[in-house]
Design a protein around this ligand. Structure first.
Ligand code: ARG
Length: 258
């Protein structure tokens, strides 16, 4: 995670970002600290990345890499505003004992567009990551990649439209995907939790699950009962200030899979 010390909205690269809307920085920081402390209270280790004054979106650490089996696929950002973040993430991994660190040839925004299930790597495309990055990830990790087409600009990253709950159990917002990709998801995950428009628009899919607890944006209230019915413990979080950058719980969290 990367604290939003320099967070602000000065450019707009997704429909959530409105540079005319002020950001309450102390509140953003407090909300972020709340999330970090919640992970720690649940027994998870949180590493933090040093924020950079010229990279206001660094708080969205999920975009900096994809780590599976202790191997690291670095990011290559779609927009120049965020390009410099990629190297900072790579340096962090090189300095923290990760030996298999791959600098990518194709545009991919890390966990923003890659989700890891027990059987697959799910990979979004359409707004940010290049379809070519899907082959690159498949070759690097040796896991089957399922490409999914995102069609709604509000759900510009896969992690705004789909969340892995446990193993091969997922929740997603069907309308964020093309008809063909919806059919693929239905075939692979017939028992998925389907999220409606309201919960998706609250960025409810931008959640993090440890297989038992699901930390999710608090406004996505429609997900609480269905998550509980499946045996999960939903933990609503207020990340309202970071929503102004187009991100929530998951965007702020890059998972280090050993
Ligand atoms: N402002 C950031 C961007 O548009 C938000 C990134 C959100 N991160 C995510 N994993 N969806 O790039």
């Amino acid at each position: 995670m990367c604290p939003p010390v320099h967070f602000k909205v000065t450019y707009s690269i997704n429909p959530w970002m409105d540079p005319t809307k002020p950001v309450d920085l102390p509140l953003a920081l407090a909300q972020w600290e709340d999330l970090r402390d919640r992970y720690r209270a649940l027994g998870h280790t949180v590493e933090t990345l040093e924020p950079h004054p010229e990279l206001p979106d660094m708080v969205f650490a999920a975009n900096g890499a994809l780590v599976v089996d202790g191997r690291v696929l670095g990011a290559r950002f779609a927009y120049p505003e965020r390009a410099a973040e990629a190297e900072i993430h790579l340096e962090w991994f090189r300095g923290h004992g990760y030996r298999d660190v791959h600098e990518p040839s194709h545009v991919n925004e890390g966990e923003g567009d890659f989700a890891v299930t027990a059987s697959y790597l799910l990979a979004g495309r359409g707004f940010r990551s290049s379809p070519l990055s899907h082959d690159e990830a498949q070759e690097f990790f040796g896991r089957p990649v399922i490409g999914l087409d995102l069609v709604d600009p509000r759900y510009y990253h896969l992690d705004t439209a789909l969340c892995v709950l446990d193993g091969d159990e997922v929740m997603y917002h069907p309308a964020a995907f093309s008809p063909g990709s919806q059919a693929v998801l239905k075939r692979l995950f017939p028992d998925a939790l389907l999220a409606g428009e309201e919960d998706a628009a609250a960025l409810g899919m931008n959640a993090v699950s440890d297989g038992r607890h699901v930390l999710l944006p608090q406004a996505a209230t429609g997900l609480l009962a269905p998550l509980r019915a499946r045996g999960f413990e939903p933990i609503p979080m207020d990340l309202g200030e970071l929503l102004k950058g187009g991100g929530s719980v998951k965007c702020c969290t890059q998972e280090l899979r050993p």
